[in-house]
Design a protein. Structure first.
Length: 53
């Protein structure tokens, strides 16, 4: 059985996973939390990013 990889380099892997993580936490609504995005639990009031310091 030949082992297959989805990514050609570690940096490509990091980039793809970072994009997925951003979509998952900022874009995709989750039914378990009332069809909100997870980041809204950390920054209530429709603020999706922390305040600049």
């Amino acid at each position: 059985m030949k082992k297959k990889t989805l990514f050609s380099t570690p940096s490509q892997t990091r980039a793809v996973l970072a994009a997925w993580r951003e979509d998952y936490n900022y874009i995709w609504p989750h039914s378990a939390i009332g069809y909100n995005v997870p980041i809204s639990l950390h920054y209530p009031g429709d603020v999706t990013n922390p305040s600049p310091r």
